[in-house]
Design a binder for this molecule. Structure first.
Ligand SMILES: [Zn+2]
Length: 211
């Protein structure tokens, strides 16, 4: 393992963002409210009973929050880079996120790990966490999320390589359907040096999953 590898949690500009720590998206609140009311009626509930009176409003506000990434370009977080001679791997691990499975509109949540091999340019560590947020806060599938993050970092940092690993629990698998509460889904996307060099990839995996 390289001595100059650094594994870090994002901390360079304040606490790491929790999921969807973005300005709420302007949504068609009234339309959402009507739709939620319709769902309640369709499943045989009485949307006018006391406990459900404010639910359509509440859900509409919640959707504005959890889909706030939909009109955020994650690339904006990778615009400001710093010149730094650092040839070895940079890894930010355990970036917590929550997203919404686009097939069931149920949450999935877990951790993202992002490693890259700089090419003379580095980015603030917390910016990688913000990229995860912007990509996560929209209707999503884990596979696409993993690919997107890898491509964003590769393109905008002009990195020599990028490795992204995401591990998540999907509530569409845990609370319904096959009901496997302990199942974790792990996806990875490797680019450049992480794809071509098994040792680099192994080093990342050891740092992410090693005890
Ligand atoms: Zn699903």
């Amino acid at each position: 393992m390289s001595k100059t590898t650094r594994a870090a949690v994002p901390n360079d500009d304040g606490p790491s963002p929790r999921s969807c720590d973005l300005a709420p998206l302007p949504v068609d609140h009234e339309r959402l409210r009507r739709a939620v009311r319709e769902i309640l009626i369709a499943v045989g509930e009485d949307p006018d009973r006391e406990g459900l009176l404010d639910t359509p409003d509440r859900v509409a506000r919640m959707y504005a929050e959890i889909f706030a990434g939909l009109h955020t370009d994650p690339a904006i977080y990778l615009q400001k880079t710093f010149t730094q001679k650092h040839d070895e791997m940079v890894l930010v691990k355990d970036i917590e996120f929550s997203s919404m499975c686009e097939h069931h509109l149920l949450p999935f949540s877990g951790k993202a790990h992002i490693a890259y091999l700089p090419n003379g340019q580095i980015v603030g560590l917390s910016k990688l966490a913000r990229v995860v947020d912007a990509v996560a806060c929209r209707p999503q599938v884990q596979e696409r999320m993993t690919e997107n993050i890898a491509d964003l970092v590769m393109t905008h940092l002009k990195a020599r390589g990028v490795g992204v690993v995401i591990e998540a629990s999907h509530s569409c698998m845990t609370i319904r359907g096959v009901r496997k509460p302990a199942a974790m889904t792990i996806t990875s996307s490797m680019r450049g040096g992480f794809l071509d060099n098994p040792a680099t990839r192994a080093e990342m995996m050891a740092l992410v999953f090693g005890k």
